[in-house]
Design a protein around this ligand. Structure first.
Ligand code: URA
Length: 190
């Protein structure tokens, strides 16, 4: 158990808990404001993320930023972004269950220290791991589940939106629901 994000990050950067460490350039620990209420969780770093040590910096990251900015969120200011696995899987394959499980150690600590009020899972892998193994993005997207006091919602992975732009409207609705939830939280705090 860690008592600061910095010590957690320092140890995480040295991680060799699974085989993904062999092929990585960098560990993509996460980015943003760790004191914010809201945590976005993707699947794992791709090529650009592995090179730049930051999540969602490729094409799908640019699209994610559009959705975020559209509801007043900014990765540098008022959210935090991380992934289920912090090292790039070879050829961008899905992270294996054992890799996800090992890496969850770090994400659990991030969540424990951050104590976010809302977690948004970007895509199937993240939602299946954190919300329910049965999670189906096309059916269950945009629904908020209360898990031990944290509201959890799954939506489309931005890469899926790039592949199939017909899903963009549904994704926009999910982000508008998220905005509503954030406003409720703000109102309750005042
Ligand atoms: N896809 C993800 O799930 N995470 C990233 O950081 C980049 C692409």
């Amino acid at each position: 158990m860690y008592d600061s994000f910095n010590t957690l990050k320092n140890d995480c950067l040295l991680c060799r808990r699974c085989g993904l460490c062999e092929g990585r350039t960098t560990v993509v620990f996460g980015t943003g404001n760790e004191n914010s209420n809201i945590l976005f969780i993707g699947e794992g770093p791709g090529e650009q993320e592995d090179l730049r040590a930051e999540p969602f910096v490729g094409r799908s990251g640019k699209l994610l930023d559009l959705y975020l900015n559209g509801i007043g969120l900014d990765r540098k200011k008022n959210i935090y972004i991380a992934n289920i696995v912090k090292c790039r899987p070879p050829q961008n394959r899905d992270p294996l269950p054992q890799e996800q499980e090992e890496c969850l150690f770090w994400l659990r600590e991030q969540v424990r220290l951050m104590r976010p009020k809302i977690i948004v899972c970007l895509g199937r892998i993240s939602a299946a791991k954190l919300i329910s193994p049965q999670f189906k993005v096309t059916v269950d997207h945009g629904v908020f589940y209360d898990k031990k006091g944290i509201l959890m919602m799954g939506t489309f992975h931005p890469a899926a939106l790039l592949r199939d732009p017909r899903k963009k409207e549904d994704a926009l609705e999910d982000f508008l629901k998220l905005k509503e939830q954030l406003e409720k939280i703000k109102a309750a705090q005042n």
